[in-house]
Design a protein around this ligand. Structure first.
Ligand SMILES: Cc1cc2nc3c(=O)[nH]c(=O)nc-3n(C[C@H](O)[C@H](O)[C@H](O)COP(=O)(O)OP(=O)(O)OC[C@H]3O[C@@H](n4cnc5c(N)ncnc54)[C@H](O)[C@@H]3O)c2cc1C
Length: 423
C-alpha cells in the first residue's frame, strides 16, 4: 500500500464465483442493494465491486475501470500542487521577425533532430546544422549524431552479432544442433553490414528533416553574437546565418588517453568502423561504454581485457554493477584491476605494448579508450554570447535556457543531464 496513512483497503474475498454472486446479487438482501438506491451499484454484476465505507452509509465507486481511474487520480499530483513550474526568461522572440530563421539548431544528433522537427511542427522556420569533425584517427560519419553513427545503434548491432555467436557456441548443442559447434567471425563482413545500416539511417534522417520542413546544412557553426553564427562547409567556405533563437545540441566526444603514446589508442568513435578485426583488445576504463565494447568483442571471440582504475560503473546501482562484473567474467572478459596505462608504444607485428601503472606490461592489437566524454563546446564561440561552460565543457541551463536568453541547450551538452539518447 503506497499511502497507508491516507487509505485503508479491506479486501473481501470469496472462494468461488458462486459464493461471490450469492453475496453480491442473490438472496433476500443482496449486498449491492445497500447503497441508498444507487442504480449503478444495483446493476453491477462483476468483480471487483468497490465502495467507500462510511460511518452511517457507504458509497459505491464502481468496477475495475472506475477503481483504476480513481487510483490514478489519487496518486497523481494535484493540479494546484505547489512546486516549481518552468518559467523561461523572456528571450525577445517575436513572430514575423526578420532573422533568416526562427530557430537554428546546432547539432543534428538525437536531441537536435527531435527538437528541430517538433519546432517546425509548431510553425517555426527551422534550420539544423550538423557537421562531424573526424576523430583523431580520421573516422567520420553522417547525419544523426553519436547514437546513430558511433553509439547506441552500431553497439546494439554488434551486441546482436555477439549474442548470436554465443548462442551458437553455448546453446545449440543442447537442442541437438551440431552444425555450429565451432564458429568463426569475419569482422570485415559485420563492419560493412553495420556501416551500410547506418548509411541507410543517415539518408532516412535527411529525408525526415525535409518532410518536416526543416532545412539541413552540413556545416560547422560558431557564434559571432547572440543572433548570428558563422558557418563553414566541407570545402572551407564561410558564411553567416541569423536566427531569433538558437538551440545548442552539439553532444560530446570521447576524452583522449593522457599518457605517453596515448594517441595510439582508438575510441568508440572508431571501433565500429575499424577496417580490420581489432584482435586482442584492451578496453581502458570501466564506464558503460568500455564495458559494452568489451562485452561484444569478447562475445565475438576476441581476447578482451578491461583495465579498471577503481570500480566498475561508478555511480550506477552497485548490486547491478557487481552482477554485470561477474557475468562478464563468466563470459570470458578479463579484468585488470587498479591500473591505468602509463605508456603505449608500437612494437613488432603492429602490436601495441602497454605499460600499466603497476609496471606490468602486455601487448595488444587494439587499445580502445573509454574514460569519459567532454561536451563539444570548445570551438563554439560561446564567449561571444557570454556563456561560460562548467565541468567537461558542459553548459549550465535552467529549463534548457542558457545564460544568454535566446540560446538554449539540450542533450549531452547540458550540465546535469543524463547522457543518453532516451533521456
Ligand atoms: C558507444 C556508445 C553507446 C551508447 N549507447 C547508448 C544507448 O544504448 N542508449 C542511449 O540512450 N544512449 C546511448 N549512448 C549515448 C547517446 O549516444 C547520446 O546520449 C546521444 O547521442 C546524445 O545526443 P545529443 O543530441 O546530445 O548529441 P549527439 O548525438 O552527440 O549529436 C551532436 C551532433 O552535433 C554535431 N556538432 C558538434 N558541434 C557542431 C557544430 N559546431 N556545428 C554543427 N554540428 C556540430 C556533432 O557532429 C553531432 O553530429 C551511447 C553513446 C556511446 C558513445
Amino acid at each position: 500500500m503506497l499511502f497507508p496513512s491516507r487509505i485503508r483497503v479491506i479486501p473481501h474475498e470469496f472462494a468461488t464465483r458462486d459464493e461471490y454472486r450469492n453475496w453480491l446479487i442473490e438472496g433476500s438482501e443482496p449486498f449491492r442493494n445497500s447503497f441508498n438506491g444507487d442504480s449503478r451499484a444495483e446493476k453491477h454484476t462483476s468483480s471487483p465491486f468497490t465502495w467507500f465505507e462510511g460511518t452511517s452509509s457507504s458509497t459505491f465507486l464502481g468496477g475495475c475501470d472506475d477503481t483504476l481511474a480513481w487510483c490514478r487520480k489519487f496518486a497523481s499530483p494535484a493540479s494546484n500542487a505547489s512546486g516549481e513550474s518552468a518559467i523561461m526568461k523572456p528571450d525577445g522572440h517575436v513572430e514575423g521577425n526578420s532573422y533568416d530563421y526562427d530557430l537554428i539548431v546546432i547539432g543534428g544528433g538525437s536531441g537536435g533532430l527531435a527538437a528541430s522537427k517538433e519546432s517546425a511542427k509548431l510553425g517555426a522556420r527551422v534550420a539544423v546544422l550538423d557537421f562531424v569533425k573526424p576523430s583523431p584517427k580520421g573516422t567520420d560519419w553522417g547525419l544523426g549524431g553519436t547514437c546513430v553513427n558511433v553509439g547506441c545503434i552500431p553497439k546494439k548491432l554488434m551486441h546482436n552479432a555477439a549474442n548470436i555467436n554465443e548462442i551458437m557456441i553455448a546453446d545449440t548443442a543442447a537442442f541437438g544442433i551440431s552444425a555450429y559447434e565451432k564458429t568463426s567471425h569475419n569482422w570485415e563482413e559485420m563492419r560493412s553490414y553495420v556501416q551500410n545500416h547506418i548509411r541507410g539511417l543517415n539518408f532516412k534522417y535527411r529525408v525526415n528533416l525535409r518532410e518536416n520542413n526543416v532545412t539541413y546544412f552540413n556545416k560547422l557553426g560558431k557564434f559571432l553574437d547572440p543572433h548570428t553564427i558563422e558557418v563553414v562547409d566541407k570545402r572551407g567556405e564561410v558564411s553567416t546565418m541569423t536566427a531569433s533563437r538558437f538551440l545548442i545540441a552539439v553532444g560530446g566526444r570521447p576524452s583522449p588517453l593522457d599518457c605517453e603514446g596515448g594517441d595510439l589508442a582508438i575510441s568508440s568513435d572508431d571501433v565500429f568502423a575499424l577496417e580490420k578485426s581489432p584482435g586482442k583488445t584492451l578496453c581502458v576504463g570501466a564506464s558503460y561504454i568500455s564495458l559494452e565494447c568489451a562485452g561484444f568483442l569478447a562475445g565475438l571471440g576476441y581476447d578482451t581485457t578491461v583495465a579498471v582504475r577503481s570500480i566498475l560503473l561508478r555511480g550506477f546501482d552497485r548490486e547491478c554493477a557487481d552482477k554485470i562484473e561477474s557475468y562478464m567474467q563468466d563470459h570470458g572478459v578479463n579484468f585488470k584491476y587498479f591500473v591505468v596505462p602509463k605508456k603505449l608504444e608500437k612494437v613488432a607485428g603492429d602490436k601495441i605494448r602497454v605499460t600499466f601503472s603497476d609496471e606490468s606490461q602486455d601487448e595488444y592489437d587494439t587499445v580502445l579508450v573509454a574514460i569519459g566524454r567532454s561536451a563539444d563546446t570548445s570551438n563554439l564561440g560561446l564567449n561571444s554570447v557570454g556563456i561560460a561552460t562548467g565541468k567537461n565543457g558542459k553548459i549550465p541551463t535552467v529549463y534548457e535556457q542558457t545564460s544568454c536568453s535566446n540560446v538554449y541547450a539540450i542533450g549531452d551538452v547540458m550540465e546535469v543531464s543524463i547522457v543518453l539518447t532516451g533521456q
